[in-house]
Design a protein. Structure first.
Length: 118
């Protein structure tokens, strides 16, 4: 359930205070644990270090982010990847194809360099 429009957006007051002290375009990260805080237009252009439970992820705030929550831009879980045996086989085939392509390119370059230029 979303926050009541009567109350207005929640923006952590300490975050706004820190932003007001910095000059526009300053790239020093502002560390925060306030993942529930909404991004306001005053934050655009600043770098905010959003805590994900382990580290601070530096995020440069852009105009498209206004209205979203800070926590949306700092993932708390690490995505490994989907797939199992089938995925490994596909990746191995792709790696083998790239290696063959690189080897063919090297032999092609060696053949071109051996031919004397007129």
């Amino acid at each position: 359930m979303s926050r009541s429009s009567k109350k207005g957006p929640y923006v952590a007051p300490h975050l706004l205070k820190k932003i007001s002290k910095l000059k526009l375009g300053d790239l020093t990260p502002i560390k925060t644990w306030a993942r529930a805080s909404e991004i306001s237009p005053e934050m655009v252009g600043f770098v905010i270090g959003i805590h994900n439970g382990k580290i601070f992820n530096n995020v440069t705030i852009k105009e498209e982010m206004v209205g979203h929550r800070l926590g949306e831009f700092s993932q708390t879980r690490k995505f490994t990847k989907h797939g199992g045996k089938m995925q490994r086989e596909l990746e191995a085939a792709n790696a083998q194809a790239e290696a063959a392509k690189a080897a063919a390119q090297k032999t092609n370059e060696a053949a071109n360099s051996a031919v004397p230029k007129k």
